[in-house]
Write a protein of this length. Structure first.
Ligand code: OSB
Ligand code: MG
Length: 369
């Protein structure tokens, strides 16, 4: 592949409803979209999952723009690429900035799959025809608001419900949910809102038969999580702490978690996601695909990676309509019976709706070979 030009776009989409985590509230979603075009005119799409503020991790939309425009895209344009796996090496001298790396790598993977004429899922080694999905629900004003929202998603047949928790919105809320939905596949995500001093609260959650508790302690920590896991019955799932295969290996070795959430952007791309997948499979650690409130482009990448066989639990990649009035892909992602049908067209398998994308774009820049 000879990449001839890459366009970076700043896109802004309004969420249907605000989404609140322990670190803040999203009302709109600002993100970067990448369009890579090769010498034959084939187009690949990638999405950066960095948010506008450095809440979830240290990257932001602007740091990603800088990394992409000044370092990563020039490297992609500098010489031909035979396979997307090569980009890891090409980018290796640049520290971290995993979400920026992943955004351009994702576009090259899409382009590569289109060039060889296969769906992205197949290019990644996935076999599934459908993928199971759950839904992640933000912190609400009242418990009764939350129960109504859960009721609605349960009626849409999502395969598990994840609720966000934080100190003061945890044990009592989970108890109420369990009272109303005794056998619901349920989990909680703390986004690092606790420390080992909160051990009593975290232990109190053991009584509710949660599938897992996601990232209770500091982002990046694996040592305290190991201490905590030894004291909890509920499996710990790590999200923020896992940035690479090496992190996954160390966390599993230490016993810091029993489940891993893979976010393609957080680990630097699809090639690294496959490596983590393969390692976790060997170690009997189930994984699932996390979400970052993606547009259809990022959603399509999540669906593709979830077709690998050790993605054993429902992911967070819900239907487009759960987030957006109108997504930027055609057709939109839909969920039936808690399943998304994996597209069978080459590449990501959805068309980007250029008119809709234009309407949501606030800024763009094109770099050429
Ligand atoms: O921790 O998984 C998370 C949203 C924003 C930031 C972090 C997280 C989330 C979610 C929502 O849980 C996932 C989604 O629906 O895309
Ligand atoms: Mg999480």
């Amino acid at each position: 592949m000879k990449i001839e030009r890459v366009t970076l776009r700043h896109v802004q989409m309004e969420l249907k409803a605000p989404f609140t985590t322990s670190f803040g509230t999203f009302r709109t979603k600002d993100f970067l979209l990448i369009e890579a075009v090769d010498s034959a005119g084939v187009v690949g799409w990638g999405e950066s999952v960095a948010f506008h503020s450095p809440w979830y991790n240290e990257e932001t939309l602007k740091t990603n723009w800088h990394m992409l425009e000044d370092f990563l895209i020039p490297l992609v344009l500098s010489k031909p690429i035979e396979h997307p796996d090569e980009l890891g090496q090409r980018f290796a001298f640049i520290r971290k900035n995993k979400m920026a790396k992943s955004a351009i790598e994702g576009a090259i993977w899409d382009l590569y799959a289109k060039k060889i004429g296969v769906p992205l899922s197949k290019a990644l080694g996935g076999q599934k025809k459908t993928v199971e999905v759950g839904v992640s629900i933000g912190i609400q004003q009242t418990t009764s608001d939350l129960l109504k929202i859960i009721e609605n998603f349960v009626s849409q047949e999502y395969r598990r419900i994840k609720v966000k928790i934080k100190p003061g919105w945890d044990v009592d809320v989970i108890r109420e949910i369990r009272r109303h939905f005794p056998s619901l596949p349920l989990m909680a995500d703390a986004n690092s809102a606790y420390s080992l001093e909160d051990i009593d609260t975290l232990k109190a959650l053991d009584e509710f038969d949660l599938m897992m508790i996601e990232q209770p302690l500091s982002p990046d920590d694996i040592v305290d999580h190991a201490k905590l896991q030894a004291l909890l019955k509920t499996p710990i799932c790590l999200d923020e702490s896992i940035h690479s295969l090496d992190d996954a290996r160390k966390a599993i070795e230490l016993g810091s978690c029993k489940i891993i959430n893979i976010k393609i952007g957080r680990v630097g791309g699809l090639s690294e996601s496959i490596k983590i997948h393969d390692f976790c499979k060997m170690k009997n650690i189930p994984i699932w695909c996390g979400g970052m409130l993606e547009s259809g482009v990022g959603r399509a990448h999540n669906i593709a990676i979830t077709t690998l066989d050790n993605f054993l639990m429902p992911g967070d990649t819900a239907a487009s309509s759960r987030y957006w009035h109108r997504d930027i892909i055609q057709p939109e992602v839909t969920v039936q019976n808690g399943l998304i049908t994996v597209p069978d067209h080459p590449g990501i398998g959805y068309e980007v709706d250029r008119r809709q994308l234009e309407a949501y774009s606030t800024k763009s820049s094109t770099l050429r070979m």
